[in-house]
Design a binder for this molecule. Sequence first.
Ligand SMILES: [Fe+2]
Ligand SMILES: [Fe+2]
Length: 513
Amino acid sequence: MKPIAALKKVYQELSEFKFPRVWIILFFIVPIVGLVNLIVFLSITGQQTLVWPYEYPENGITLGMVLFILGFSIFSIDIAIGGIAMYIFHKTGKIFPRIRFDFEKLSMKFIGILLIAGSVTLSYFNVTLFHYTYYDAGPYLTWDNDQATSDAITVCWHSALPQGSVVEYGTTPDNLDQYAATDEFGRYHKVPLEDLNPSTRYYYRVNNQNFGIKSFLTGPAEGTFDAEFSFIMYADPRTNNGINAITDPDDPHQENLPDYIMDRTITDGTDIAFSVIAGDIVGTGPSYDSWSLWLNDISTKDFASNHSHVVAIGNHEHHDDPQIINMHKYYPQTDYTYSITYGQMYILMLDLYDYEAGEWKDVNFPQDVKDKAASELAAHSHYPFKIISAHQSPINYGEFSTGGHHGNISTEVFDLCDTYDVDFYFCGHSHHYEVWNYTDTVYMMAGIGGNTNRKTWNYAGESTDVTDNGGTHLDSGEWESGWIQVDVTADQMNIETYLVNGTIASSITIEKN
Ligand SMILES: [Fe+2]
Ligand SMILES: [Fe+2]
């Protein structure tokens, strides 16, 4: 039989056949819904980077989900086509003359139920994906690699629908007479504002968004070494947990720190200059839901809408996305080993991920990062106060990190801090609180920024710990979520640990003559 004649025959058979309703659902509607769902799913995920393999933690879209969805859709379509074909073959009796295929059999109804279940599951994934893909969030401020805090800033936001990137700004809220734009058209927006005046408040508005008018204060002119300001540091926020915080927003152990920080600083009358977050800001690089929650968290009470923030990247931003393709969509920096200066303060962020080996576990301090860090620190040696912020700690439970969870980084970190007189090293990664003084640098690990599995650790004295090497144990043991506020004057830096229960857990003062 010629192909056209065969198609005619199929058409004839189909048009003659009166389908009972359940068969119509089974063979046509369910696969069509499945197919539509699949197209929607692929078009949404096509806009985000899916990085293989999906393994840990089980957040966002996992490999299992993708395989399930693909498998089920193909299965649905197969069954439908197969069913129709079988019916036709049965009726014509040309190919399988002896097979009597009974559509009323229970097995077919069972397959029908399976198909419907598959389609409902697909719809569920799509609704969730849709929710965490098409949303407006922000604005949030940061400094790009080459921006000075005294005269530039980058305004970022996420838009539900693709749009242009335009920001209007000015020095009074009722006269936003300047504008900045990039040719970025899409859902991720990062617009740099340049040539600003130091120590000046600017007001800005994102075009075609309902965020309202926000504002920020530029940093002191470069070379100003007697500024007075406060800034915030924390690590390992609740978004580190991925979707947990979304499914159970009232969990008291998953505090959104910006909410608490803003309440506290407003009560205290402190206008924070900026913040530094030492990594693990999302569950995994490709977790849509995590990023959405993060952007909403940092926009809470204008935390990052009115004050710039920088990230010392963590391992979770690299999780399932070793090249941090997604991080680059949400943040403008091309290099996560970079520094900022603010008045008399110099802060160096380190990205200790080994991009060559693509491994996080047992990571060695990468040589190129060390070279860059050394030259950066040398170039800023005249700054009175110096901070390094990275995700991992050179000291963990009182022991030097020479491998394992924090990697083999302690030798290089101590060398950098000692050689270049770094005052303070701030990090997280382990979800507990631990502070040491070693070779005149304060090392603070404060992975207590809102994640669920933070734990208490009280220093009991060990035989082979930092104290044996001339270090001093300063503090440990906090279990509540908390953040650090650093108050800076011309000759003093005061590091205070605030807990969400309202107490100040500890206070460390570093003085300069
Ligand atoms: Fe973490
Ligand atoms: Fe971590």
